[in-house]
Design a protein around this ligand. Sequence first.
Ligand SMILES: Nc1ncnc2c1ncn2[C@@H]1O[C@H](COP(=O)(O)OP(=O)(O)OP(=O)(O)O)[C@@H](O)[C@H]1O
Ligand SMILES: [Mg+2]
Length: 264
Amino acid sequence: MLKKVLTIAGSDCSGGAGIQADLKTITAHKMYGMAAITALTAQNTMGVSMIEQSSPAMVEAQLDSIFADIAPDAIKIGMVSQIATIRVIKEKLVSYQAKNIVVDPVMVATSGADLINEEAVSVLSQELFSIASLITPNLFEAQKLSGIAIRDVADMKTAAKMIFDRHGCPVLIKGGHLEGKATDVLCHQGGIDTFEATRIDNDNTHGTGCTLSSAIACNLAKGMALEEAVAKGKEYLSGAIAANLNLGLGRGPLNHMYALGIED
Ligand SMILES: Nc1ncnc2c1ncn2[C@@H]1O[C@H](COP(=O)(O)OP(=O)(O)OP(=O)(O)O)[C@@H](O)[C@H]1O
Ligand SMILES: [Mg+2]
């Protein structure tokens, strides 16, 4: 039967990241995608020009509409920066007994800029990490969550263990911002696993984080164990980067459709 995957995230009107990247990823995995929108953004490959948050009541109503009708097999949570919205999402996912939740704790942009304030970071980690099957911080987010500086894969392992111990949820630290191989580190009940991929020489990496977390959610919906879901998610992501789409004037998007045989 067709698996159903929900993304709770912000909209990227240019189609490279956020809800749009998630829905394309879900479609490329041949699954049925649903989307509860937490914010509208005006952005393109060169940057974000405006953000308008959905009201917490609107997010609540979207979640009620979805869960009253079509139960998702997995959920990806992306950008949520308002405390009231974080609380609504927690309350709804608990009351609907949602499973296979992947939280991409979007806090720090690739540029290094903070996207949410300290209080929201702490509410996000208290409320959403406890119900997550996996959280996927990037290097900067992992530094914030662990409180240690991360310079190499050994530091990633130390930080991953610290975050796992503190929050009790599996954590995948993404190494996209290090040099050399694109190595991600998973710390979970079963120990620490390292996932290495060749670093593809392509500057068009807008939306890699969103794409990876939604691909992992799809794999969990299929019933894969966490390690396999991460390994296969990374494989899909590498393929989407390697497909070499070159759109826009800045850091362009991936080709999510390569897995369906659609090329530039
Ligand atoms: N050039 C590349 N080649 C292969 N894999 C890459 C490359 N750049 C990033 N990755 C992989 O992409 C994933 C996302 O990593 P990254 O650290 O960039 O996350 P992020 O900062 O959250 O992304 P985003 O900017 O989309 O929010 C990781 O699995 C990382 O290893
Ligand atoms: Mg990110």
